[in-house]
Ligand binder design. Structure first.
Ligand code: FE2
Ligand code: FE2
Length: 214
């Protein structure tokens, strides 16, 4: 079960190889631009917040098992972590409006479309937790890929921000999502390929708005 984690992540990394250099270059430049860096951190906070909100919404009708509640608490903490870092850097409070984010609307759209695609593909006959698990799984793959690259840029720039605890939690979430899906979905591999392909097609749109945002 857990052996699927490196496999899923390795496949994702291989598919996204061409994005590593441009994303790393953007992040390195960002570390030297306080104002934009603050807005970028605030965008990550917004995405973590949207993620945590989606977990909450997905549980609206059911019970909230302890592992899901833990996941929710951790994603909410990530939103807080990035908000605090963003405001510290900006030296002021930041809302999630377009002036205070980079590509904030695109970020909301990215999460919304991914969620809708997964729910549509799974259909109404799938158990309600399946869509939540896949949405989380695909977002975790991107988050781990991205936060690793971001941490490397922060370290190279000698920036004091550390993503270590966030990254460790995202890695655990990925393992948990894979383990839970492996137990309930015989089409796990095919679904990961399908949903990753959709995410990989949406990411350039999101990234274009974030990197081009002014
Ligand atoms: Fe997170
Ligand atoms: Fe997570």
């Amino acid at each position: 079960m857990l052996s699927k984690t490196p496999h899923a992540l390795e496949t994702f990394e291989a598919t996204n190889r061409a994005w590593e250099a441009p994303v790393a270059a953007f992040l390195t430049a960002l570390c030297g631009d306080k104002e934009r860096h603050a807005r970028f951190l605030n965008t990550l906070s917004q995405m973590e917040h949207v993620g945590s909100r989606k977990i909450m919404m997905s549980q609206a009708k059911g019970e909230l098992p302890q592992d899901t509640l833990k996941h929710l608490a951790e994603e909410t903490r990530h939103a807080f972590f990035f908000k605090r870092a963003a405001e510290k850097l900006a030296g002021r409070t930041l809302d999630y409006g377009t002036e205070a984010t980079l590509g904030g609307n695109a970020a909301r759209m990215y999460m919304g479309r991914l969620d809708a695609f997964i729910a549509d593909e799974l259909g109404s006959r799938a158990p309600s937790e399946t869509a939540y698990l896949y949405m989380s799984l695909i977002v975790e793959l991107r988050a781990i890929w991205f936060y690793r690259t971001y941490q490397a840029a922060l370290t190279a720039a000698k920036h004091p921000l550390s993503l270590k605890s966030v990254l460790a939690e995202e890695e655990l979430h990925l393992e948990e999502m894979l383990a839970r899906l492996d137990a309930i979905d015989p089409a796990l591999d095919a679904h990961i390929i399908l949903f990753s392909a959709y995410e990989n097609a949406r990411f350039p749109v999101l990234w274009g708005e974030i990197a081009g945002g002014n």
